[in-house]
Design a protein around this ligand. Structure first.
Ligand code: ADP
Ligand code: MG
Length: 284
C-alpha cells in the first residue's frame, strides 16, 4: 500500500501538467538513474516536412502511391507525405490489404500492384537495392512489386528545449540519458549530440527498444522510458516508469503509460522526478 502523502505529490504534479496514475509510480520515480527517450515527437518536434523526392519516375507518381498508403497511417512521417500530396494537388485512389509494419512502414495493394513505403529495413526484407544512398535526412523508400521506385526525404527538428530538459534530468540524479530510435544512425547521432545524450541506439525495431530497457533493468538500473506514442506501448509497459507525451493523442500509449505529460514538454520529466523526491521526503 502507498502512504497517503503521495496524493499531495500527485496533486502538485497534475497542477503542473503531469498526470500520475498512482502513488506507486511517484514512489518508483525516486532514484531514477536512467532515462530512455524515444526520438520522434519526444526529443524532436515530430512534425515532418517532405524535403526532397528521388526516383526513377515522376515525383508525382511516387508521391501519389506513397500518399495512397500513408493517408491511413497515424505516423508523423505518414502525415507529412499525405500533406505534401494534397498541397501539390495530387489525387490518390483506393488501396486494398493495407497493413502497418511497426517500426518499418506500411504496405498495401494500389492500382493492382503491391506497394511498400518505409525505412531501409523494408528494402532489406525484400532484398531490394535502393537507387540512392547517403544524405542527412530521414529517408522513406517506396517500392512496387519488389522493385525500388523512389524515396522521399523528410525532415524533423529537435525541440528547442531538449538539451535543457536533458541537463535538468542530470541535476535530478539521472546519469544515463539514452535515445532509442528506429531512424537511421546518421540522423540519430546528430540529434543525440545536440541534445547532450550519453548514448544513441538507432535503427531499432520496437522489440529492440524493449530489449534495451530490459537489459538496463537487469543491470540494476532504475529506468524511465519517455515516448510520444506510436508503437511505444511495450516500452512504456516494461520500464520502471513509463511516461507518455500526451500532446499527439496516441490513445494506446496514454493507456499504457504510468505518467502522461500534457503538453509534450520534455522538461516535465525532471520536474516529475523532483516532485517524487519532495513527496518522498514528506512521506518518510
Ligand atoms: P522512432 O523510433 O523515431 O519513433 P518508429 O519506430 O516509429 O520511429 O519508426 C522507425 C522508422 O520506420 C522511421 O524512422 C521510418 O523510417 C519508418 N517508418 C515507420 N512507420 C512509417 C510510416 N508509416 N511511413 C514511413 N516510414 C515509417
Ligand atoms: Mg516513435
Amino acid at each position: 500500500s502507498v502512504p497517503l502523502g503521495y496524493f499531495g505529490g500527485i496533486g502538485r504534479a497534475s497542477s503542473r501538467g503531469i498526470l500520475i496514475k498512482g502513488g506507486n509510480y511517484l514512489e518508483a520515480l525516486v532514484g531514477a538513474d536512467t532515462v530512455f527517450l524515444d526520438k520522434t515527437g519526444t526529443i524532436t518536434e515530430g512534425s515532418f516536412k517532405v524535403a526532397k523526392i528521388h526516383g526513377q519516375t515522376r515525383e508525382a507518381a511516387i508521391l501519389e502511391g506513397a500518399a495512397a498508403l500513408e493517408h491511413l497511417s497515424n505516423h508523423p512521417i505518414a502525415r507529412a507525405i499525405t500533406e505534401a500530396a494534397e498541397e501539390r494537388g495530387i489525387a490518390f485512389g483506393m488501396i486494398e490489404d493495407y497493413e502497418e509494419l511497426p517500426g518499418r512502414g506500411v504496405r498495401a495493394t494500389y492500382d493492382g500492384r503491391l506497394w511498400h513505403v518505409g525505412s531501409s529495413r523494408l528494402l532489406e526484407d525484400q532484398n531490394i537495392t535502393p537507387g540512392i544512398s547517403g544524405g542527412q535526412l530521414t529517408r522513406v523508400h517506396v517500392t512496387v512489386d519488389g522493385a525500388w521506385l523512389g524515396a522521399i526525404d523528410v525532415s524533423d527538428q529537435i525541440k528547442e528545449s531538449s538539451a535543457k530538459a536533458v541537463a535538468a534530468m542530470r541535476r535530478e540524479g539521472v546519469n544515463q540519458v539514452v535515445m532509442l530510435t528506429g531512424d537511421r544512425r546518421e540522423i540519430a547521432e546528430v540529434i543525440g549530440k545536440e541534445a547532450g545524450l550519453d548514448q544513441v541506439l538507432s535503427e531499432l525495431l520496437p522489440d529492440g527498444k524493449v530489449k534495451a530497457i530490459e537489459d538496463a533493468r537487469n543491470r540494476g538500473r532504475k529506468v524511465v522510458f519517455v515516448g510520444d506514442g506510436l508503437n511505444d506501448a511495450p516500452a512504456l509497459a516494461i520500464a520502471d516508469v513509463g511516461i507518455a507525451m500526451g500532446g499527439l493523442g496516441a490513445d494506446l500509449s496514454i493507456e499504457a503509460a504510468d505518467i502522461v505529460i500534457m503538453n509534450d514538454d520534455l522538461e516535465k520529466v525532471a520536474e516529475a522526478i523532483q516532485i517524487s523526491k519532495k513527496t518522498n521526503a514528506v512521506v518518510r
